[in-house]
Design a protein around this ligand. Structure first.
Ligand code: PLP
Length: 360
């Protein structure tokens, strides 16, 4: 393996080196067929097999029940902010949202275009430093669905207890899908852009319970109807072929790591190392409340913005890249998805100790 930096980018994010190597080889010559994976027909038997394999691996890893479709769509997670209410809401109908950060805020804005939106909980006043527990809000049983974001990438908070499925749960899992075991049968819709924890940018995975495919109002255009893609195995039009292939390779890698339960243990261990470094100092201050802390994105501040800028630059000079926090929190954000190595976390923690000694 050549010298690689430790890439803490929130997304697109670091991928397993062996996946990158395989993907690179497959671009030029897929499975010794004398044709690259990005130049073959999406209707070819080779590519249909790639898609079926990727879907089968995803289903195995997450334990997706039979009565759910798995779709590979384009438009990013942001298109799902509109597609969810386009398909599941409508005039005179209502949906409930938990507002826990930038991404839920954006989804709320889109939903309001299609129906009534009730915000059952918001942590906006505390700059989204936590997510609610199940007793902190109520959901109108007449609501079409309850929408939430399982991991708030920007603020570094994460649901460790999912809402009760009294109405269909719709969850944006863009930044923590495949990072821990979940019970898919509790959800109506799960969606995730691939580029954080699952592959490259360009494909969005949607896992949808079959009974939700038939609620779409008649005036929704063909490409924006979930059923269009469900009926055609994500091949209604040209799918994002290369991105799907790489998602398949990442899923294969994850199976080799022992699956989501095994990776969840690793993720817990990695996050704990950084949180310990934060908690054992009065120099670093975590943004998220302890009970809401994310295992994917660790956010923290230093005493001054000047020190934060110095920290980011000095870390980058040592090959610890992409640590600058989002402007809405400032400070530092260490994104440590499945493929981020423990060694990089240990290096960061060691760097934090040294930086504190020099500046604290
Ligand atoms: C990155 C992110 C998005 C936006 O994804 P795009 O694919 O860029 O549209 C949405 N939700 C969450 C939780 C994210 O982390």
């Amino acid at each position: 393996m050549p010298e690689r930096i430790f890439n803490f980018s929130p997304g697109p994010a670091t991928l397993p080196y062996e996946v990158l190597q395989q993907a690179a080889a497959d671009v030029v010559n897929y499975a010794d067929r004398g044709i690259g994976v990005i130049e073959m027909s999406h209707r070819s038997k080779e590519f249909i097999a790639i898609t079926e394999q990727a879907e089968a691996r995803l289903r195995r890893l997450l334990g997706v029940p039979e009565d759910y479709h798995v779709l590979f769509l384009q438009g990013g997670a942001s298109t799902q902010f509109a597609m969810v209410p386009m398909n599941l809401l409508g005039a005179g109908k209502k949906a409930t949202y938990l507002n826990t950060g930038t991404w839920s805020n954006k989804a709320i804005k889109e939903a309001k275009l299609f129906g009534e939106v009730e915000i059952a909980y918001s942590s906006q006043e505390e700059n989204f430093d936590h997510v609610p527990g199940n007793t902190d809000y109520t959901v109108d049983p007449a609501s079409e669905y309850l929408y939430f974001v399982s991991n708030n990438t920007i603020f570094g908070t994460q649901f460790h207890e999912f809402p009760e499925p009294t109405v269909p749960l719709v969850c944006d899992m863009s930044s923590d899908i495949l990072s821990r075991p979940i019970d898919v049968s509790r959800f109506g819709v799960i969606f995730a852009g691939a580029q954080k924890n699952m592959g490259p940018a360009g494909v969005t995975v949607v896992i949808i319970r079959n009974d939700l495919l038939d609620r779409t109002p008649d005036n929704v255009p063909t490409m924006f109807r979930y059923k269009t893609h469900a009926d055609k195995g994500s091949m209604f039009n040209t799918p994002p072929c290369f991105a799907i292939h790489v998602v398949g390779l990442v899923c294969k890698w994850l199976e080799e790591q022992g699956g989501v339960a095994a990776i969840a243990e690793q993720n817990e261990k990695k996050a704990a190392l950084i949180y310990e470094a934060i908690d054992s100092s009065d120099f670093y201050r975590g943004h998220a409340r302890p009970e809401s802390r994310s295992r994917m994105n660790v956010t923290f501040n230093l005493p001054t913005p000047e020190l934060e800028a110095e920290f980011v630059a000095a870390a980058a000079a040592e090959g610890l890249d992409g640590l600058k926090g989002h402007r809405s929190v400032g400070g530092i954000r260490a994104s440590i998805y499945n493929a981020f190595p423990l060694e990089g976390v240990e290096k960061l923690v060691e760097f934090m100790r040294r930086f504190q000694q020099a500046h604290g």
